[in-house]
Design a protein around this ligand. Structure first.
Ligand code: CA
Length: 294
């Protein structure tokens, strides 16, 4: 909850954050002339310091590298960031301003996780999937689940939460990195019919083998039915539901649902897109999120 408060605060204080960033950038963006002057001043100070401390041996330390080099580095980082933001804008359904705002939200979520949750999130084992250790910076499972639940109203089974995470973390880093975060949200929030259908299929194909099998459907649907007490075979209702789903969606009648079957079935009946459990945000939550983003 604390994190979500922080996200809300962040979204409402976007203007303030943006101003602070602008001021930081202005400090970084020295003109070549002031940069050279500053470099000369820094150089003089260091020489003076070295003389005072009797360490003027002429050896190059991290501190007395020519200052011009760090300015070049800052410029280089800025250029590559600009290129990345532009590339993300082209690959997604977001405007440049939205990409920037999502980037800031990402940083806020990553920083919250670093301070609020110091240990790596436990990875729930899913049939046929080898859990991966998270590596490097990114949005971890715990933070992502909170976001799905509290911001996007995704109230669903653990297994689906985990698969939605995998749909974002396409390269299996164990965390959602910046690029995957923005590309994932593009489908999640503004995806075309095709993109959302592929997303849902990916989520339901638990072992990534290209088919939703009877076993996978059973696993996905078993908690969706309220079982009557003293039922002789409590799984019978679920098995009936699986067979019903196959009749509706297994268009080529090979006993499993391929991506093509799924696409064909969902095209003729869009409600089938989330037939095996909620895996996309509600329309209201999307609108609220996007309207508070900028
Ligand atoms: Ca499968």
């Amino acid at each position: 909850m604390a994190l979500m408060k922080s996200v809300s605060l962040f979204l409402s204080s976007g203007r303030r954050a943006s101003l602070a960033r602008k001021q930081r950038e202005e400090r970084v963006e020295e003109t070549p002339q002031t940069s050279a002057n500053n470099a000369r001043t820094r150089g003089r100070r260091r020489r003076q310091d070295n003389r005072n401390q009797g360490t003027g041996s002429g050896r190059m330390t991290e501190d007395n590298k020519p200052a011009g080099r760090s300015t070049t580095k800052v410029t280089h980082v800025k250029t590559s960031n600009t290129k990345l933001m532009e590339s993300l804008r082209r690959q997604t359904h977001f405007t440049r301003l939205e990409v920037d705002a999502l980037c800031k939200l990402y940083k806020r979520l990553v920083n919250s996780a670093n301070t609020v949750i110091p240990v790596a999130a436990p990875v729930a084992p899913v049939a046929g999937i080898t859990p991966v250790q998270s590596s490097g910076e990114g949005v971890d499972r715990i933070v992502f689940r909170e976001l799905l639940h509290n911001t996007f109203d995704v109230i669903t089974e653990e297994v689906l939460m985990d698969r939605i995470f995998c749909a974002f973390d396409k390269n299996n880093f164990g965390v959602i990195r910046l690029e995957d975060w923005i590309i994932g949200l593009s489908t999640f929030l503004r995806g075309t019919f095709e993109e959302r259908t592929s997303f849902a299929f990916f989520v339901y194909d638990l072992n990534n083998d290209g088919y939703i099998t009877r076993e996978e459907m059973f696993h996905l649907l078993k908690n969706s039915l309220v079982k009557p007490p003293q039922e002789e075979d409590p799984d019978e209702g679920v098995r009936d539901l699986v067979e019903l789903a196959l009749r509706k969606m297994d268009c080529d009648r090979d006993g499993k649902i391929s991506a093509r079957d799924f696409h064909e079935a969902v095209s003729s009946e869009p409600l089938l897109m989330e037939a095996f459990g909620q895996c996309l945000p509600t329309d209201n939550s999307c609108q609220t999120f996007l309207s508070t983003l900028l």
